[in-house]
Design a protein around this ligand. Structure first.
Ligand SMILES: [Mg+2]
Length: 259
């Protein structure tokens, strides 16, 4: 019997790796759902929550739209809390959807732009980057969905949102005002308050020593690292920030009674 009541589960590298499902983790999650509240998160801002939900449900994991937190959800929530304003987007459907849902005006041209959100954008152009930087230099709030330099697609790494954010950072000569996704602990604050939990009741499950584990450590909740995604055992051996638990996959975590 563990002390946890809520599992905050990363999707990329845990449920799927690019387009390939991680079957052992899925089997375990289906069992874990009977015992724990499970909330899902991803730094990937390109997918809408509905798309994430569809991919999760397709393999028999139950969830609902409000239990899915993408970095787009967090970025749009930040604007909602700070005050709606004209927003320019470097990104894909996941960001647009969350802005539309909240009635945040989306603009493709100036002159007045209050926020610039920068996320992964596979339709990126020089023109978009140029506009984004210009608006930031003219006073728009600079929001990054996340700063992951790469993300795994099959067995290769492709440039992530961090590469795009860095381009703009170089132009404007400063850091983003807000980075919505992991390792920012903001999502933990939201979830802990929403479900009225103590920190001891939350377990973060993820595959990254750069996002999931430091987020959990900074916030003061336990972390379980699974080796089904971006982290190798070798990398783990050299890591400065260690997770509370490590398992090859979630089935192993179940058999060894970690959860
Ligand atoms: Mg991951």
């Amino acid at each position: 019997m563990t002390q946890y009541s809520l599992l905050l589960v990363d999707m990329d590298g845990v449920i799927w790796r690019g387009g390939i499902y991680v079957v052992k983790n899925i089997k375990a999650l289906r069992m874990l759902q009977e015992k724990y509240k499970v909330v899902f998160m991803t730094n990937n801002s390109s997918l809408t929550r509905a798309e994430c939900l569809e991919r999760i449900k397709a393999v028999g994991i139950n969830s609902e739209i409000n239990d899915i937190y993408t970095s787009s959800v967090l970025a749009a929530t930040y604007i909602e809390k700070r005050g709606l304003g004209r927003t320019f987007v470097v990104g894909e459907a996941g960001i647009y959807e969350e802005l539309i849902v909240r009635g945040i005006p989306i603009v493709s041209e100036g002159p007045k732009v209050d926020y610039v959100i920068v996320g992964i954008d596979k339709y990126l152009t020089y023109n978009k980057l140029s506009k984004a930087a210009y608006y930031i230099m003219n006073g728009a709030v600079f929001i990054a969905t996340n700063e992951d330099p790469t993300y795994p697609v099959g067995d290769r790494l492709e440039p992530g949102a961090g590469a795009i954010v860095n381009f703009i950072k170089t132009v404007v000569g400063r850091e983003p005002d807000f980075v919505a996704g992991k390792p920012n602990t903001w999502i933990l604050d939201i979830v802990v308050n929403k479900y009225k939990l103590k920190k001891e009741e939350v377990l973060v499950i993820g595959d990254s020593l750069h996002t999931d584990v430091p987020m959990g450590c900074r916030y003061g909740v336990d972390t379980l690292l699974v080796l089904t995604g971006v982290t190798s055992e070798r990398e783990l051996a050299y890591a400065k920030t260690k997770p509370t638990y490590v398992a090859r996959d979630l089935l192993e975590a179940l058999t060894s009674k970690i959860i």
